[in-house]
Design a protein around this ligand. Structure first.
Ligand SMILES: [Fe+2]
Ligand SMILES: [Fe+2]
Length: 281
């Protein structure tokens, strides 16, 4: 199994000590996330698509693939920085899987009086009407060995999404980003969990995966959404992740520098994986 970070906020470098390789060429980094999973049976599953078609197309080309080589794309949640190249993939006929609420309502960041749109583009909404995604809020096997977590139960009191708003039927309310699901990959060393932004909280996500697995979780990789978190939330999150137990952590995207530093200090299995980096598992 091979994981490749196709799009992420930082540019990555090869690191043989962390088993990280990187193809030659000028990868484009941007605020967003897209991770490619290539299974041992040759299936290619994409988690999210980054923010722009330009970065996605450039980067997938550098690893020798075309968008139509993707078997299916799973969309973790309905924010623009995960949806950028989805129109391109829809035009290529790639099947899309997501939660039933991902494209319901308008998404904003900010306050009711000062907010910016962070939802899908009008072009994407129109394309989705012609090519509706497969929607499920329960755990679902996407291809052999790669499943969704299903909707995440929120049990911690420190992992509540802040500053996100949703407009449904003309009414604006706090958006808890209920739709966000993660991906769970079976490996010989235990489950590998991939998160989009981690808005439901990485402790909640890991707790849910752990409740359904026999052994310890092998790895947590993706966005942990801690870039605005204060010291107390950071501390409780790191303790929570330690409490559930994971061998490796690869914070990306919206995790933020402070949190990434804290994970690198506290986890011997810390992995730094930026744009263009691949890891063979
Ligand atoms: Fe994000
Ligand atoms: Fe997000």
């Amino acid at each position: 199994m091979r994981l490749t970070c196709l799009v992420e906020d930082s540019s990555g470098t090869a690191n043989p000590g962390m088993s990280i390789s990187k193809a030659a060429g000028n990868f484009l980094a941007e605020h967003g996330l897209s991770i490619l999973v290539e299974t041992d049976r040759g299936k290619k599953v994409l988690l999210d698509t980054g923010t722009s078609e330009r970065a996605f197309l450039n980067n997938i080309g550098l690893i020798g693939l075309r968008p139509k080589d993707i078997d299916l794309v799973f969309i973790s949640h309905g924010h623009y920085d995960h949806l950028g190249a989805l129109p391109l993939l829809l035009r290529e006929g790639v099947p899309v899987h997501t939660h039933p609420l991902t494209f319901h309502g308008r998404r904003f960041f900010g306050t009711p009086s000062s907010k910016r749109d962070i939802g899908p583009s009008a072009e994407l909404i129109a394309l989705l009407k012609e090519n509706p995604p497969v929607c499920d809020d329960r755990p679902r096997e996407l291809v052999t060995g790669v499943s969704t977590t299903g909707e995440i139960a929120r049990s911690t009191d420190f992992e509540v999404p802040a500053n996100f708003l949703i407009e449904r039927g003309g009414v604006i309310s706090q958006d808890l980003i209920q739709e966000e699901q993660a991906i769970c990959i079976s490996t010989r060393r235990g489950p590998l969990v991939l998160t989009g932004c981690g808005h439901p909280g990485v402790v909640n996500i890991l707790t849910q995966v752990r409740s359904r697995s026999d052994g310890e979780i092998f790895m947590l990789a993706g966005g942990f959404h801690l870039w605005k978190a204060g010291p107390d939330v950071l501390q409780r999150t790191v303790e929570g992740v330690k409490g559930v137990g994971v061998e490796k952590v690869a914070p990306m995207h919206c995790t933020g520098f402070e949190a990434t530093k804290m994970f690198s200090d506290r986890f011997p299995g810390f992995v730094l994986m930026g744009t263009g980096c691949s890891m063979e598992i």
